[in-house]
Design a protein around this ligand. Structure first.
Ligand code: NAP
Length: 299
């Protein structure tokens, strides 16, 4: 069963469970690659500065690598490292045959040209799927590394048994890492949703979401999507991760998504929780891409 029940009408799509199953599959792939070719997939993670959220994301990625039997190499650089030194490090990793995937944790500290840094990663090791070559290949339907969060979202929708063919999907947010690629993947031949992409230039987002069978919200703002903006029975995929102050939590904050869970769950047929929905799948698809990169290195 891909979903669990809660007290409201919506089923809760369990991203943790799908991530667990997918990671078992990845671990089996890693073991087979090692046994058959003596190759252990390796992921290099570059962290510049000490932004607490970035540190925790990097730690989670390294832990996930260990869980599936991959190697991870963490490269830490101070926030004031010259951009040239970062580009030189990426060039070294591009040439290192023990490294199959390279990830630069974003956002970079102020002063870095993120585009120049990402562009320096070899497309064959770009397991985040952020380089223009991979984005272009995704758009024209060639083999590529799909960006992890959008890929995880498509997997979650499939896992929940939701067929989007011929259905109307509304995506709120047009970032290069979530909104635009998720819209492109949902509209791909074979997935076949009819997609509307909303952003801050959309005068009345609710006009579109009320007609949607699936709403993917990736706006980075709590409460962007509320139950009154939904058609009864719609599916809600909540990508947002927002820290809101919470004195009752030992950390002083709690995580919420971009959808108002309670009101949306009353109207929707299925919804992803935050945490425990899209998030676990993002790191899982990074492992997936790293395994694919290592497989492709077999000549
Ligand atoms: P982003 O770069 O800030 O982009 C947000 C997008 O939402 C922009 O295109 C913006 O429009 C649009 N937007 C903001 N408020 C809106 C509103 N009220 N109505 C319509 N559109 C609105 O954010 P992102 O990187 O895509 O991330 C979005 C959220 O997902 C964040 O909370 C982030 O933390 C989370 N996230 C989660 C994961 C995960 O693994 N769970 C991964 C990545 C991101 P304009 O372009 O017009 O400004």
């Amino acid at each position: 069963m891909s979903v669990t029940n809660n007290n409201s009408s919506a089923r809760v799509i369990d991203g943790k469970e799908l991530a667990r199953r997918t990671r078992l599959e990845i671990a089996a792939g890693v073991a087979a690659l090692k046994a058959e070719h003596g190759i252990v997939p390796g992921l290099a993670v570059i962290l510049v500065g000490d932004n607490p959220a970035s540190v925790s994301y990097v730690t989670a990625k390294e832990k996930a690598c260990a869980e599936v039997g991959m190697l991870s190499r963490e490269i830490r650089m101070p926030a004031d490292v010259p951009e040239r030194a970062l580009l030189d490090e990426i060039a070294r990793l591009n040439e290192d045959s023990a490294v199959h995937g390279i990830l630069v944790q974003l956002p970079l500290p102020k002063g870095f040209d993120e585009k120049r840094v990402i562009d320096a990663i070899s497309p064959e090791k770009d397991v985040d799927g952020f380089t223009p070559v991979n984005v272009g290949r995704m758009i024209i339907g060639e083999q590529c590394f799909l960006p992890c969060t959008p890929h995880g979202i498509v997997k979650l929708i499939e896992f929940a048994g939701i067929d989007v063919r011929g259905r109307h999907a509304v995506v709120i947010g047009r970032s290069n890492i979530v909104g635009k690629p998720v819209a492109a993947l949902l509209a791909r031949k074979g997935t076949d949703a009819t997609v509307t992409l909303c952003h801050t230039g959309t005068p009345d987002v609710a006009r579109f979401t009320r007609e949607a069978d699936v709403v993917v919200v990736a706006a980075g703002r709590p409460g962007t999507l509320t139950g009154d903006m939904l058609k009864p029975g719609a599916v809600v995929i909540d990508v947002g991760v927002n820290r809101v102050p919470d004195a009752t939590s030992p950390r002083g904050y709690r995580l919420v998504g971009d959808a108002d869970f309670a009101s949306c769950a009353d109207v929707a047929s299925a919804i992803t929780p935050v945490p425990g929905g899209v998030g676990p799948m993002t790191i899982t698809m990074l492992m997936w891409n790293t395994l694919s990169a290592a497989r492709r290195s077999v000549v």
